[in-house]
Design a protein around this ligand. Structure first.
Ligand SMILES: Cc1ncc(C[n+]2csc(CCOP(=O)(O)OP(=O)(O)O)c2C)c(N)n1
Ligand SMILES: [Mg+2]
Length: 421
């Protein structure tokens, strides 16, 4: 049932490489901008973690949804966000997706790219994305919702509440735990008494995978398998990717509390360098191809950087607009709301199945008349027998947190939901 799909085509390999490189060049460019005092607010780095955002998002389809956190610029790029949006947003320019009103990666695109804007409160995106996943199912779209959480974020209440909700509702949610071994200055070992954060999924009857987060193909193929399970109606999946935060929490933090040997070890496991070597050795990445990819990335980045640098800041007269509600607005109870008002908006994603009338409230069904024909659709099946057992747990990371490159899977498959594909 949960057969690993390990095949990655040369085209996909070059795509994965290109996106990781694009991510790194975009973030390196922003580091320079930060040093030039052109970034408004903080700047967070996903240096060394690019394989996770890129590999997981690459496993999605266009119709699927993501909600990034601070180290998921790679996911935005794979989803189709242009570097100019990332630059202008960080530089608070008027041309940014939030018209210069917000900073970092705090923007989304609900209409076309299906991106929910980050929420700073760690963990809160999990219940939100569970809701997105459930809404997609409700609309028959067969979508998957993906979000990421750090090792520190797994200790928030929202993580546990959200995961339990997703499990109980069998929501098609892929939750990626980016275990980069540090939450600000706190190492994982001082935060939790367990070795593998994926084990937390067990408590909620959720299937979990552990993967080497520095191996982009392992991340991609495992995420692809997880996405398939979600889409098949088998409930949420947790994917723990073991990696290392190669910078401080943000630019202001020199990370002097991290042992130097730990940085040295992980530097040798850089996800882009190692993949480049691998693709070169197999002949997929020739010297010519590599310079073509690099030239393509640099052309886009330079064009978008120039666009951002030449963009104005928002006009001062707009500083107070779109912040508070232009109230007071009268709020009156409306007990008989029209059907169109309470049904979900039209969406660009075509339904693969339909719930009659989008499951609207049917007075007749309650009163008995015509109940057989108008009864609301069957609700999501509750979590069935909790027969999953977690098979091989990975070898322990060493004291420095090293992990081997193997992918391990939790065993046990759920039956697909009734009536779902
Ligand atoms: C609920 C909540 N508590 C605390 C914070 C402050 N904070 C922001 S990032 C961070 C560290 C997060 O560490 P981790 O989850 O491991 O993610 P990483 O920074 O390593 O990617 C903290 C404590 C927050 N944003 N939300
Ligand atoms: Mg962390």
């Amino acid at each position: 049932m949960t057969q690993a799909i390990t095949h990655v085509t040369p085209e996909q390999q070059l795509d994965l490489y290109r996106y990781m490189l694009l991510d790194r060049i975009v973030e390196d460019t922003m580091t320079k901008l930060f040093r030039q005092n052109k970034i408004v607010g903080g700047l967070y780095s996903s240096l060394g973690q690019e394989a996770i955002s890129v590999g997981t998002t690459y496993a999605l389809e266009k119709r699927d949804w993501i909600a990034p956190m601070i180290r998921n610029i790679g996911g935005l790029l794979v989803k189709g966000v242009r570097p100019r949006d990332i630059f202008t947003q960080h530089m608070a320019r008027y041309t940014s997706p939030t018209l210069g009103k917000d900073g970092t990666s705090h923007f989304g695109d609900l209409k076309d790219l299906h991106i929910v804007s980050p929420i700073s409160m760690l963990g809160d995106l999990i219940p939100v994305m569970t809701g997105v996943a459930m809404a997609g199912r409700y609309l028959g779209q067969n979508i998957v919702a993906l979000t990421w959480i750090g090792d520190g974020g797994t200790s928030t209440g929202a993580f546990h509440e959200g995961l339990n909700l997703a499990a109980q509702q069998r929501a098609p949610l892929l939750l990626v735990i980016e275990n980069n071994q540090w939450a600000y200055s706190t190492p994982v070992s001082r935060q939790v008494p367990i070795e593998h954060l994926a084990d937390r999924a067990k408590a909620y009857g959720v299937r979990a995978f552990i993967v080497d987060g520095n191996e982009v193909e392992a991340v991609f193929t495992t995420a692809r398998e997880a996405v398939q399970l979600c889409r098949a109606g088998q409930g949420p999946v947790v994917l723990e990717a073991k990696t290392m935060r190669m910078r401080g929490h943000a630019q202001h933090d020199p990370a002097e509390y991290v042992p130097k040997e730990m940085f040295d070890y992980w530097k040798r496991r850089d996800p882009i360098e190692s993949y480049e070597k691998r693709l070169s050795a197999s002949g997929v990445l020739t010297a010519k191809k590599k310079s073509e990819i690099l030239a393509g990335i640099n052309a886009v980045v330079q064009e978008d950087l120039a666009f951002a640098e030449n963009s104005p800041f928002p006009p001062p007269e707009l500083a107070e607009s779109a912040i508070y509600c232009d109230g007071p607005l009268p709020i009156e109870p409306q007990w008989q709301r029209p059907f169109a008002e309470v049904t979900p908006p039209r969406s660009s994603v075509k339904s693969e199945w339909s719930v009659p009338g989008n499951g609207e409230f049917q007075q007749d069904a309650i009163e008995g008349a015509g109940a057989a024909s108008t009864a609301p659709a069957e609700p999501a099946a509750p979590v069935g027998a909790r027969s999953r057992s977690f098979g091989t747990v990975p070898e322990s990371p060493g004291r420095d947190g090293n992990v081997s490159g193997r992918v391990r899977h939790a065993k046990g498959a759920r039956k697909p939901m009734r009536g779902r594909k």
